[in-house]
Design a protein around this ligand. Structure first.
Ligand code: 13P
Length: 245
């Protein structure tokens, strides 16, 4: 299975969803069945239901970009995992570095959010990754393993999760991690005590573009990519999807 995930971040509109879905759908129609490609589109919340409905017609899944750490209650502005499930999405990105940066206490909520996602019957896409400062100390692997350990400490169904390694210094910078960096960190993640022998799909994210997707996907530690900027034009995203054909 190869996962090609689009994170639209704060972009999109109703018209955008319609046009994008049609263009992406035409591409997915030509996908070789034996390749087993799962395409997941993660729009802002107001468009999630539309994306989920369009996905049923055009052959992709919908994911949310975050969810509440709570099931219900006095949490103004929150959206619960069960609400996300109810409108037809299948996945939720948890722990994206942009959410972690916005809320310095985010790390305290990640394991709770993952639990909510699991309880709702959805699959979390857990993002981990180090800053440039941490990268330069040479301790990126222990930093990422610590993020994983904290995020997964309460998680029961460890088989039902995707992990995305997104080094912060590679996000939106055009500076993709080297293939060696990716393999090194993916191996570290795969051998994390909690994940050992579970064969969890591990994705890479950070300046993924049409011209570097093929080489990233040829790495045997990589089961997919998480794409920001290059997912915002359906035609460009199609080239990334086709790299998995
Ligand atoms: P870019 O592809 O724009 O670097 O963003 C990556 C990302 O943050 C996906 O979640």
């Amino acid at each position: 299975m190869t996962y090609i995930v689009a994170n639209w971040k704060l972009h999109g509109s109703q018209d955008f969803v319609k046009n994008y879905s049609e263009i992406l759908g035409a591409c997915l129609n030509t996908a070789p069945k034996e390749k087993n490609i799962t395409t997941i589109i993660c729009p802002p919340f107001p468009f999630l239901e539309r994306v989920a409905l369009a996905g049923v017609i055009h052959g992709f899944s919908a994911g949310a970009q975050d969810c509440s750490a709570y099931e219900s209650g006095a949490h103004t502005g929150d959206v619960s995992a069960s609400m996300i499930k109810e409108i037809g999405a299948g996945y939720v990105i948890i722990g994206h570095s942009e959410c972690r940066q916005k809320n310095p206490n985010e790390h305290q909520y990640i394991s709770q959010k993952i639990l909510q996602v699991q309880k709702a019957g959805l699959t979390p896409i857990l993002c981990v990754g180090e800053s440039l400062d941490v990268h330069n100390t040479g301790n990126a692997d222990s930093f990422v393993l610590d993020q994983l350990e904290k995020a997964l400490k309460n998680y029961i169904d460890l088989k039902n999760i995707l992990v995305a390694y997104e080094p912060i210094w590679a996000i939106g910078t055009g500076k993709t991690a080297t293939l060696q960096d990716i393999v090194y960190m993916h191996r570290a993640i795969k051998s994390a005590p909690l994940l050992k022998n579970l064969n969890i799909p591990i994705l890479y994210g950070g300046s993924v573009k049409p011209d570097n997707t093929s080489e990233i996907l040829t790495l045997d530690t990589v089961q997919g990519v998480l794409v920001g900027g290059a997912s915002l034009k359906a035609e460009t995203f199609n080239f990334i999807v086709k790299a998995a054909f």
